[in-house]
Structures are given as C-alpha cells and as structure tokens.
Ligand binder design. Structure first.
Ligand SMILES: [Zn+2]
Ligand SMILES: [Zn+2]
Length: 461
C-alpha cells in the first residue's frame, strides 16, 4: 500500500519501506481529529505511557496550559474532563493578550508549572503549543496538544520556532504524544487564523514543485509517495474552502488533518522539503526583516500564504517567457561577490552574517555552479515545464482560497514593508537558506530581475 492510500491514523504509527528506497517511520501515540474528539481524551490518558515506558496512573498530575483566549473555548472543558476521569489536575492560564515564543514566556511556564506534573496538556495552537513542547522537552515528560485554531503546520513536529534575544531560531524539542483536533473548537477560531492555516497548506503546491525541481536539477533526494500524500491532502483542503467559510465540521477536519500531515511527512524524510519551498523562505525573510524592526510581523501562515500567491504569479509569468540558455550562461558569469555582499549588508543589516554563512556553504551564485545547473535545466526542460504547468494550475487559485477567509494575498497588504523593501525581499530571499527553490531557479535562468519587476508592477501599481 502507498502512503497516500493510508488513513491518517495509520500514518502516525507507520513503519514503511518506501518505493523511494528509504524507510519512513513515525510514532505519535494518539491522534483524534473530528467533531467532538476532545471526548477521546480519557481513553488516551488511560493508555498513556511516561518517558520511562511505565503507564500514566491516577496518581500522576496533569496540567492544562492555556491562555485567556483558549481557556473559555476549550481549556475549562479539558480541565473538567481530566478531573472527572480521576486524575489530579492543575492549570496554568497565561494572562497576556499577545504572546510569542520568547525566552520570557518559556521561563514563565517553566516557573509556573508545578515540578511534579507528569503530563501537560497544551490547549491552543502556535505559541501555547511551542512553549509547552519546549518546557515538557526540558523536563523529559510527554505532552498533548489540543488545538483551538487550525493556523499552522507545527502540530506534529519535533522542533519549536522561537525568537531568542530578538533572533528567529528553531529550538530542539519533541513531538506531542497526543494530538486532538476537535472541529467544534477549531471552527470557532478567528478568520485570520483559519486564513493562515489555508496559507500554510496551499504553500505545499510550491514546496513540492521546488522539491521536484531540485530533484531534477541537483539530484536531491525526493520521495514521490510523500509528495503525493501532501498534494492529495492539500487538494482536499483546496476543494473544501467553501465548507470552511460555512463552518462545516468535515472541512475543518481536512484542514487539521493536512496541518498534522505536514509534520508527519517532514518526519518521514527527516527534512522540511515536503512542507517548505521558496514561499517559506520568503516567509522567513519577512520574519527576519520584521525582527530587525523590533516587530513580530504577521502570523507564520499569513506571511507564507501571501508569499505563495506571489510565487504562483512568478511561476505563471515564467511559463510565458522564452528561455535563452546562452544569455543565462552569460548572466551567470557576471556575478560579482563584492557588490553582492554590499547589497546583502544593505538589505539584511545586522543579520547579514547569517546570509554570508549560507553562501560560504552553498556558493549558490558561483558561475560554475550556476552553469552546471543551467545544463541540467536545459536537458530536462520539458519535464520542468510540465511540473511547473501542473503546479500553476493548482496554485493559481491561492488568492481565492485565502481571500475566502479574508486573509492576506498581496505584499501591499503587509504594510510593515514598503514597495522597495519588498523588492529587496523578492530579490534576496534565495540567499536565506541552503536549499534550492524557485527564486534561485529564476536567477539561474537569468530572469529573476525581470520577474521581480513584473511582481512589483503587478501588486504596487
Ligand atoms: Zn519514500
Ligand atoms: Zn509552515
């Protein structure tokens, strides 16, 4: 059986000898997504093991971690359910209106959660999940996430994105032992958070596209089964956007399943290729540039969703261009490191060193490297065009999907950045990480500047 044909409850515990030649493995103890699934909690607790493999007993203390928004939606209900099941239970409710995963809030939870807690239950999404994930990891105890907003794809992941000393980073943590996505909670989330979830999912069309390009151009490892699994799940969400607007339980179930699957798919291949391409890099650069202004910027899925709309337009325009490979080779030869480095210092300021480190390792604009890739692109032109054509067909409706929940579909709506700043972001996002993606592909073919001009004209007329 192929991965795409398995139900999600099999995928969380799979041990799969894959047609890609690798072995895919995942071990999440408990997962329940659907209407009323919070009521599965007592069953999950009865079957829960502690880190040393011994069972959780009714002497083990459970702590419900929530905030002022998630407590009334779901936290109180979870608390009462645990109490009625006979476990000693306590709660910690963050009192802040706005929270981020920073050292301040990590310390707050570290200090507030009693030391004898055996199992924290995070009731929330993004930040509450990340904070609880980190503190439970430090204490070597399992944790559960009871999602209240389908806003991001970090439910089934073992890293925690955080901002430490003002810098965005990814901290080691562990994956939740239990994930509950009760659609009665999820469907009450604010539109903005649902739009962010849609954005983070529609991004997968670009992510898989970029992974496929790199497989053809750089011989990078690629798994067709994982790619198909992601695309199928993404299609399901794309086809049920109306259901999200109408608050239908099924639609929220597909959305949450897809957000959880992204983490699972990344776990299978041990990297984030199934979930992140040029659009996620652009999202990260938006976060970096926001941090340089002392701001947190938009939600992850909001930035990534908007970046997906932009990438969709770039790929669509790309298909109309005639590629002149000799001109591309001549363009590659013109690269001048010193003037490039001046630009990087101008655009990334105090974060420029991070970019230089990526270049040291990657040498992405070195003429010999670029020309080697141009040869591969030329040799695989038909296949590459077919991949991009298929992607554009799926992703060109991204603005429609995101707009259905009143999300962000244009860089102009991201008012923290000016037109000139967004031009820089488009031109230099490709330097952000050691990963081949769409914007580098455009650079290789000597058409990045032309496409950037096109995008800026289109959105900022
Ligand atoms: Zn595989
Ligand atoms: Zn994401």
């Amino acid at each position: 059986m192929k991965l795409k044909d398995m139900p999600i409850n099999e995928l969380i515990t799979v041990d799969h000898n894959c047609s890609c030649g690798r072995h895919h493995h995942m071990a999440i103890d408990h997962l329940a997504i659907g209407k009323g699934t919070v009521n599965k909690l007592p069953e999950f607790l009865a079957d829960q093991k502690l880190a040393d493999g011994t069972p959780l007993t009714k002497n083990d203390k459970i702590c419900v971690v929530a905030d002022i928004h998630t407590w009334p939606v779901a936290g109180e209900q979870v608390y009462n359910l645990v109490k009625a099941s006979g476990y000693p239970v306590t709660s910690y409710i963050f009192q802040h209106e706005i929270m981020h995963t920073t050292e301040v809030f990590i310390d707050e939870l570290e200090n507030a959660m009693p030391k004898d807690v055996s199992l924290p239950l995070a009731v929330g999404s993004g930040t509450i999940n990340d904070l609880t994930r980190m503190v439970s990891f430090h204490r070597n105890i399992p944790y559960y996430i009871i999602g209240t907003a389908p806003s991001m794809d970090g439910f089934a992941t073992d890293v925690a994105p955080a901002t430490i000393k003002g810098l965005k980073c990814s901290l080691p943590a562990h994956c939740a032992s239990g994930i509950i996505g009760d659609t009665d909670f999820l469907s009450t989330a604010p539109d903005k958070m649902i739009a962010a979830g849609i954005g983070d999912i529609i991004a997968k069309y670009i992510a898989i596209n970029d992974w496929r390009l790199s497989y053809l151009i750089n011989d990078e490892y690629y798994c067709e089964e994982v790619a198909e699994l992601m695309l199928n799940s993404t299609d399901k969400v794309a086809n049920s956007v109306n259901g999200l607007v109408n608050g239908e339980s099924n639609a929220y179930q597909y959305l949450m399943e897809c957000l959880v699957l992204i983490g699972i798919a990344m776990g299978y291949v041990n990297n984030s290729r199934p979930g992140s391409g040029a659009e996620h890099s652009m999202g990260h650069v938006l976060e970096m540039k926001a941090a340089l202004k002392g701001e947190y910027g938009e939600l992850h899925g909001t930035s990534v969703g908007m970046a997906t709309c932009v990438m969709a337009e770039m790929y669509k325009k790309f298909l109309t261009l005639d590629i002149d490979y000799d001109k591309a080779r001549a363009h590659a030869e013109q690269f001048d490191y010193d003037s490039w480095a001046d630009e990087i210092r101008r655009v990334f300021g105090t974060s420029a060193d991070q970019i230089f480190k990526v270049y040291e390792k990657n040498q992405q604009s070195d003429p010999a490297n670029v020309k080697r890739r141009i040869d591969r692109i030329e040799a695989n032109e038909d296949q590459i065009r077919a991949i991009i054509t298929e992607t554009v067909k799926k992703v060109e409706k991204a603005p429609e999907y995101i707009d259905a929940m009143h999300g962000m579909t244009s860089p102009k709506q991201y008012t923290l950045f000016s037109e000139d700043e967004f031009r820089d972001i488009l031109s230099y996002t490709k330097e952000q990480r050691d990963r081949y993606a769409g914007l580098q592909f455009f650079y290789d073919l000597g058409v990045l500047d032309e496409l950037v001009d096109y995008i800026i004209d289109k959105y900022y007329d």
